[in-house]
Structure formats: C-alpha cells, structure tokens
Design a protein around this ligand. Structure first.
Ligand code: HEC
Length: 179
C-alpha cells in the first residue's frame, strides 16, 4: 500500500466511529417472511446508515442520534423494500450504564403477503431487547400491544405515523429514501 492510500485509510478510520454501510443486494424472491428471534442476532454486522440527530417523534421515539441497521438495501430503481427486508433503529442516546443492561430497539420487517394490509402494507412492527445473551423479541405485530406507553401515543400509532411515508414504502428516514 502506498503512503497516499494509507493516509486516506487512516483518515477514514478516524472520522467514522460508525459501522460500515449496509450492503446493496437483491434478496431472494419470497411470498412472505416471518422473522424469528434468530434473524436479528447478527444485526450489528449488517452495517448501518446514520440518521443524524433527530427530535423526539411523539411519545414513541425519543430524541437522539439515530442509526438504522439494514440487512439489505434494495438496488437503485426499486420502488419497494423487498420481502425479507429488516430495519433495526438504534438510538445512540440510549446509553447503557453497563454492558449487562438490556437495550430496546424498534424494528420493522417486510413480511409480505397481505400482512398489515390496512396499515404500513406488508410490514410487521417489532420491539427488540438486546442483552448480554443476544436479541429477543419483546413484541411484534400490527403495532404496540395494549399497555405499552407508545401504544397510546396521541400523535399516532406505528402505522399512522409511518403512513405519512406511503410513497417510500412506509419508511420515513431521509437516509432510507428509495431512489
Ligand atoms: C409520532 C410519529 C411516529 C410514531 C408513532 C412511530 N414512528 Fe417510527 N419513525 C418516525 C419517524 C419520523 C422516523 C424517521 C427517523 C426519525 O426522524 O426519528 C421513524 C423511524 C422508524 C424506524 C426506522 C425506519 C424508518 O422508517 O425510517 C423504525 C424501525 C420505526 N420508526 C419503528 C416504529 C415502530 C415499531 C413504531 C410503533 C411502536 C413507530 N415507529 C411509531 C415516526 C414515528
């Protein structure tokens, strides 16, 4: 490696405390995809997109520096995220006091078929808990279950807020705009 290259690599390493970008790849064609806990275990190895410092969204999403891990980004020209797409949102402001302390992340998975036909069509909503022994599914479905504070968010449900991005397959982040 010449010195020029070395310098570029060194600068890149210094300026990005982030994970690499998610890969752009075509997922195998599927009719439906029912995610299991094991499908989330290695989400930190997928690469992520920086969503920037964001204000709170209702009572559901806290403010903070966000990033989205994605198992596969659709190729350019796609108008939808294919069945099998998994997006995990991490809020970096949610700093654990210890490595033992579980952390919660919202996620969405393109389940396909006719799932959630009246909401964010095809998507299933999740809350994940990441602890020292891996990632578990806290809840999943058409929205937060009764009793979860954000289920009663006066500004809306998972579906109602994300329906504002119906033209982008219900994914709201600028960094995840389909092009
Ligand atoms: C008050 C509006 C609102 C509600 C309610 C809401 N979201 Fe979001 N969500 C957003 C916005 C806006 C973004 C884009 C990132 C940001 O600005 O915070 C987002 C981003 C996300 C992302 C990253 C992918 C994307 O669309 O950008 C996931 C995953 C997500 N939300 C899951 C959920 C889940 C699960 C629920 C229900 C428990 C939910 N959201 C409810 C507004 C909302």
């Amino acid at each position: 490696m010449n010195h020029h290259l070395l310098a570029i690599v060194a600068v890149a390493a210094l300026t990005s405390c982030d994970t690499p970008k998610p890969v752009v790849r075509e997922l195998p064609p599927r009719e439906h995809y029912v995610a299991l806990a094991r499908d989330f275990q290695d989400f930190r190895s997928w690469g992520s997109l920086d969503l920037g410092e964001r204000p709170a969204q209702g009572e559901t999403h806290d403010e903070g520096n966000l990033r989205a891990f994605v198992n596969a980004l659709p190729p350019p020209g796609s108008t939808q995220f294919p069945v099998g797409t998994i997006i995990v949102k991490e809020n970096l402001a949610q700093r654990p006091r210890s490595s033992e302390e579980p952390r919660k992340h919202f996620a969405m998975v393109k389940r396909g078929a006719n799932f959630n036909a009246l909401g964010a069509r095809g998507w299933e909503w999740f809350e994940l808990v990441e602890g020292p022994r891996g990632v578990a599914i806290n809840w999943r479905g058409l929205g937060a279950p009764d009793g979860e504070g954000y289920g009663g968010d006066p500004l809306g449900t998972c579906n109602s807020c994300h329906q504002m991005a119906a033209g982008n397959d219900f994914v709201l982040s600028e960094a995840l705009t389909l092009r």
